[in-house]
Design a protein around this ligand. Structure first.
Ligand SMILES: C[S@@+](CC[C@H](N)C(=O)[O-])C[C@H]1O[C@@H](n2cnc3c(N)ncnc32)[C@H](O)[C@@H]1O
Length: 238
């Protein structure tokens, strides 16, 4: 499906999100908080639009996806970015390879998202961070009703006119509705072994950005000391 939508993927994103994706991506970049010299995995990176801000900031970003069609479009557009074919549930990277892992609008599409969360934990360095941007549940009931109307009626209609594969956008609407809400996704993260899980709602909860950390070796030390080390490392990386 992603191979087929690849050529018009970014145009459709801007159209269907009414231009909101650019603002959401900036917030994700700030949450990942990576600097030059750090290695970041952008998983389910697609055409690399979610990876570009890291490359532009001098971060060593790896864009990984299993759709060769998406990767091809990305590589053509940004030859300077390292695009790697790989499955989120069986990542082609060694343990502890990355300072941070991020996944934007990808986790919902992975057939076994809990396995992917475990894989992301494995390839992250101890103390490293995870940032997930994903569609979620609007908090205000009226806003939620309007949004569901948009998803189920307007979005497929726009896609019918503008996309070469309108069925992909029916899937988009249905997969968003079937996806766990903010708290349930946070629980999945904790169950996978991530700690200090927090999230922030964007556009009233249409999107949520979850952030979490991989426990570091110091977590084995007596509890107070471990927490102090984690806090100190985090404030040093801000
Ligand atoms: C909606 S796109 C998101 C692309 C990009 N992150 C963005 O923000 O524009 C979702 C991507 O997830 C990828 N994907 C789905 N399941 C995957 C898996 N198991 N492993 C790797 N990539 C996967 C698809 O190929 C697709 O490119």
């Amino acid at each position: 499906m992603f191979d087929e939508v690849a050529p018009r993927y970014d145009v459709m994103n801007d159209l269907l999100s009414l231009g909101q994706t650019r603002r959401w991506r900036k917030i994700v970049l700030d949450a990942v908080d990576a600097g030059p010299g750090q290695r970041v995995l952008d998983l389910a990176a697609g055409t690399g639009t979610s990876s570009e801000p890291y490359a532009d900031a001098g971060v060593d970003v790896v864009a990984c996806d299993f759709s060769l069609g998406m990767l091809r479009v990305g590589k053509r557009r940004r030859p300077d970015i390292d695009f790697i074919a790989g499955d989120a549930t069986n990542l082609p990277f060694a343990d502890g390879s990355f300072d941070a892992v991020t996944i934007s609008f990808g986790l919902r599409n992975v057939t076994d998202p809990r396995k992917a969360l475990a894989e992301m934990l494995r390839v992250t360095k101890p103390g490293g961070r995870l940032v997930i941007a994903e569609f979620s549940s609007p908090v205000n009931p009226l806003w939620r009703t309007m949004y569901v109307e948009y998803l189920m009626r307007a979005l497929p209609e726009i896609a019918r006119r503008a996309s070469s594969n309108p069925d992909a956008y029916v899937y988009l609407a249905e997969s968003i509705r079937a996806w766990p809400d903010q708290d349930n996704l946070a629980a999945w993260l904790s169950e996978a072994g991530w700690t200090d899980v927090t999230y922030r709602n964007l556009s009233g909860g249409i999107v949520a950005v979850h952030r979490a950390y991989k426990p570091d070796a110091a977590a084995e030390a007596p509890s107070g000391a471990a927490a102090q080390v984690r806090r100190a490392r985090r404030s040093a990386s801000r």
